[in-house]
Design a protein around this ligand. Structure first.
Ligand code: FES
Length: 217
């Protein structure tokens, strides 16, 4: 086991684990959206840019999901620099997010709401302009609807499907602002089983993927 200090607390973590997983296992809150339990620092995508921490000896804040724990490491999770980076990352996510919580199935079980509350950030995106994608709902999947304006592009759905089934029924598509999670008829037979699996639905932090009911939307 590795011993490190986090916010003046001594914790232990398995060798090879990330600073983020070590902190979370010790009950220390670090905002995060794109980390999967199976991630090692080498394969964490660091897509959400929320899990910043400061570590003594590092020149600047780093994403906790991509740094491996080391013996004697000293980590700070709540400095001004860390909070400013996290608030900016969250506001950028909100700037491309349809904030319509009352009509979202993830309302009150939404990681974005939890992180906003933790950071003391309102769900407006000031000072950034809000820009939304068209169309608001992508119905290409046989049984699921995808809402690009609720999606934070964490990639958890794509990766959990690949972990579970060896290849993913979902994939990123497009570039830049146009990036979405798409369904590409990779295996229509397998997609019919999505309702019994539900892994992507369970892991989605925001309600971007929902079972098609005919009236959601
Ligand atoms: Fe580290 Fe998203 S959890 S960048």
């Amino acid at each position: 086991m590795i011993t490190l200090t986090v916010d003046d607390r001594t914790i232990e973590a398995p060798e090879g684990s990330s600073v983020l997983s070590a902190c979370l296992a010790a009950g220390i809150t670090i905002p995060h959206l794109c980390w999967l339990e199976a991630d090692t620092p080498a394969d964490a995508p660091a897509a959400c840019r929320l899990c910043f921490v400061e570590i003594d000896g590092f020149r600047e804040p780093v994403t906790a999901c991509t740094v491996t724990v080391e013996n004697g490491m000293t980590v700070h999770t709540g400095t001004d620099a860390v909070r400013n980076l996290q608030k900016t990352a969250l506001k950028l996510l909100l700037s491309v997010h349809r904030v319509d919580c009352k009509h979202c199935p993830a309302n009150k079980a939404c990681a974005l709401q939890d992180i906003a509350r933790f950071l003391g950030v309102g769900l407006t995106c000031k000072p950034f302009e809000r820009v939304l994608k068209e169309p608001d709902v992508d119905p290409r999947h046989p049984v699921l609807d995808y809402h690009p304006n609720r999606c934070v592009l964490c990639g958890l759905c794509v990766r959990v499907c690949r972990h579970r089934h060896g290849k993913s029924q979902l994939s990123f598509a497009g570039r830049g602002f146009e990036t979405v999670v798409g369904y590409f008829d990779a295996d229509p037979g397998a997609a019919a089983d999505c309702l019994s699996c539900r892994a992507c639905l369970d892991v989605c932090p925001t309600g971007a993927l929902v079972v098609r009911t005919g009236d959601d939307g």
